[in-house]
Design a protein around this ligand. Structure first.
Ligand code: ME8
Length: 654
């Protein structure tokens, strides 16, 4: 058997001096989606994440809270770890820089660079930003301030160890030029090249005297110093794989992809590759840099007080909607604004209207015309062939974009297909094929729609694992756990027609219910103080009522605008009328309603009404009623409810 290809992806290891927020959740969700995608492509993937626990920042925060750095690190690291299952991230390793194996690996790494002659002892004075935990050169400061924190750095002069980083400047530049995908998107590659050309690359101070800071990893060659936090943290990417002897290191390191936001470009694009080179190791394969989530137009961050709690969003909208939004809304590499309104808009348009609607329409037609079994297709006509080609093309684009971190473009390609399929349902009008007795054409059309939906669900699994699983299940094609996919996505690109005729389908589905607007006032839930799910603030009116219906209860109702085509008296009941109502479907519905005391049958033709369209059919005095016409009544009078405008039959009421 061929050895499986490997794929290694890392998130930054997060500082334990602040709580996880939406920005951290985004990077971890991206890493998870990328790792799941590779698994679907038939590769062996490894996702690494964890926490960065040494350094001055942690000491300062711990002192502020009156606890030891160790206590702070234990508590906060647990919070970052607990977030992972709640945002659907399946990681292979959660590393902490206080893990003994990591500390030993950092010492070995340092010793190696030292033995190679690339660490020397010297005196240095420089502008130090405590927020960034690094020295800035004069050129890098903006108006004398740290460009990240907008605060004045502290001038520090002391004797320390230095890494001969400048020695590797030319090598790094050549490596970046020779490997276009080494740093991407391109703007960050250009930024790094510009930084190298500006001559800002000096040697890097890699120690801190213990007299000033002792919360760190001791240098193997001088016990009076600890290792600079970035030199310690970056090594996590190889220590987690068991470097130097570990088997995972040999298998995964050649395929290493790092994922970061642009705030930590320099340490990853410049410090890390030169460190690896000095230790005689191969560079990673690619550094993938995303932009910032902004909130109120500035970078979301705990210190600015504008951080969004991912758990609050998940509680209201569900995990899959949240993950879909993150991956669809942010163009990888650029900044994106976060607002709950934007999330609701995507939820309603992409998920409820486009995908959810297509899925429920196709299942309903399969129920009506094929007894909820996958039909066997006949020979494809020109239109079916066009649709199949369109679908396979969209899956190819999806896969290429997803592999290159172009998540939003990949999803847009998939949605173009979803929209085309919805149009195809309208154009091919399966209900007419049914009426005309064109069974073979009808079954072929439905088969193609169902097979496309199966493939769409499969491609969505990295983004929305639970919903994709439910879709596949409802298509009679459930996933054997732990996710054994019979064919890799790559193979799926060539194969069409894997859905088995005869498989049992769900009769209906409501995967993504619409939501009109946030059901609360005020701003988004702020950063959480912990990882436990918080109740979203409710308005004062939202008090408990007796017999109260949950929002989700209401969402179960499918209310539609209808038009009464004709009405007649029920032969068996004086109070009932039998109405034929157009709901924009292929056939008018028969609805029995208690209107006879208030309306003459002849007066009702042409009246717009509101109908509960998804009530289970019920027999009323021998006539099956397929819905309910809504009325308002006082006991003496009764009136039909109608829309206050010219809406077509079938328009949704919400
Ligand atoms: O920098 N938008 O840790 P950190 C998008 N320990 N992503 C964001 C974000 C935002 N507004 N805010 C944070 C560190 N992130 C170091 C890393 S790695 C060897 C050491 C995400 O806790 C994004 O991934 O400050 C960013 O790079 C990271 O959190 C910074 O996390």
């Amino acid at each position: 058997m061929d050895k499986k290809k490997t794929f290694f992806i890392s998130t930054p290891i997060y500082y334990v001096n602040s709580h996880p927020h939406l920005g951290h959740a985004y990077t971890s969700v991206v890493a998870d989606a990328a790792a799941r995608f590779r698994r679907l492509m038939g590769e062996e993937s490894f996702l690494l994440t964890g926490t960065d626990e040494h350094g001055e920042k942690i000491v300062q925060t711990a002192a502020g809270e009156g606890v030891s750095p160790r206590e702070l690190a234990d508590r906060m690291s647990a919070k970052f770890r607990a977030l992972l299952p709640r945002i659907g991230v399946e990681h292979n390793r959660f590393i902490r820089t206080t893990d003994p194996e990591h500390q030993a690996a950092v010492q070995r790494f340092m010793q190696k660079v030292y033995d190679n002659g690339d660490i020397y002892f010297g005196e240095y004075g420089g502008h130090y930003c405590y927020g960034c935990e690094r020295f800035y050169t004069e050129k890098e400061l903006e108006n004398g301030l740290c460009p990240q924190h907008r605060s004045a750095p502290t001038y520090i002069s002391e004797r320390n160890y230095f890494f001969r980083m400048s020695k590797y400047q030319d090598w790094l530049k050549q490596h970046i030029l020779a490997h276009p995908e080494f740093i991407r998107p391109e703007r960050y590659r250009n930024e790094t090249l510009a930084l190298l050309d500006s001559g800002a690359l000096e040697d890097l101070c890699v120690s801190r005297p213990k007299s000033r800071l002792d919360w760190g990893i001791e240098l193997p060659f001088d016990k009076n110093f600890v290792c600079y936090v970035w030199f310690d943290a970056l090594v996590n990417y190889i220590s987690a794989l068991g470097w130097p002897e570990g088997k995972p290191f040999a298998g995964y390191w050649p395929e290493a992809r790092h994922l970061i936001a642009k705030d930590i470009l320099k340490p990853h694009a410049i410090f890390w590759p030169t460190m690896l080179r000095a230790a005689g190791l191969e560079p990673f394969r690619s550094l993938n840099v995303h932009g910032y989530w902004l909130s109120r137009e500035t970078k979301m961050s705990k210190s600015l007080g504008n951080a969004v709690d991912p758990l609050g969003m998940i509680e209201v909208h569900g995990l899959d909607v949240f993950r879909y939004f993150l991956l669809r809304e942010m163009r990888f590499g650029s900044d994106a604004g976060f607002s709950e309104e934007a999330l609701i808009a995507r939820r309603n348009s992409d998920l409820a209207n486009d995908l959810g609607n297509l899925f429920s329409r196709v299942l309903a037609m399969a129920a009506r015309y094929c007894g909820s079994r996958v039909p066997a297709p006949a020979e494809y006509g020109a239109e079916e062939i066009r649709l199949r080609e369109l679908a396979l093309r969209s899956f190819t684009i999806f896969q290429e974009e997803f592999a290159g971190f172009g998540f939003s473009v990949a999803l847009e390609a998939l949605w173009e297909l979803v929209r085309s399929l919805n149009q195809h349902v309208d154009a091919s009008a399966p209900w007419n094929l049914f009426k005309q007795g064109k069974t073979a054409e009808l079954e072929t059309t439905l088969y193609i729609l169902l097979e496309c939906l199966r493939k769409i669900a499969l491609h969505l699994w990295p983004v929305m694992p639970a919903s994709a699983g439910r879709m596949l299940e409802q298509l009679g094609s459930s996933l054997p756990l732990p996710y054994v996919f019979p064919h890799s996505l790559r193979e799926e690109r060539e194969l069409f027609g894997l859905l088995k005729p005869g498989a049992i389908l769900a009769p209906s589905s409501n995967l993504f219910p619409r939501l009109e607007s946030p059901d609360r006032e005020g701003p988004l839930p702020a950063k959480s103080k912990g990882t436990s799910a918080k109740k979203v603030p409710v308005t004062p009116e939202a008090r408990e009522l007796p017999g109260q219906a949950e929002y989700s209860d209401f969402q179960k109702l499918d209310l539609r605008v209808g038009c009464i085509l004709e009405a007649e008296k029920h032969p068996e009941a004086d109070k009932l009328l039998i109405c034929k109502v157009d709901l924009g479907e292929e056939e008018a519905r028969v609805i029995v309603s208690g209107l006879a005391e208030f309306y003459k049958p002849g007066d009702l033709a042409g009246r717009r009404v509101i109908v509960v369209a998804n009530l289970a059919p019920r027999k009323l005095r021998g006539v099956s009623s397929q819905g309910m016409i809504l009325t308002a009544e006082t006991g003496k009078t009764l009136a039909l409810l109608a829309p206050d405008g010219p809406l077509p039959p079938g328009a949704k009421v919400s």
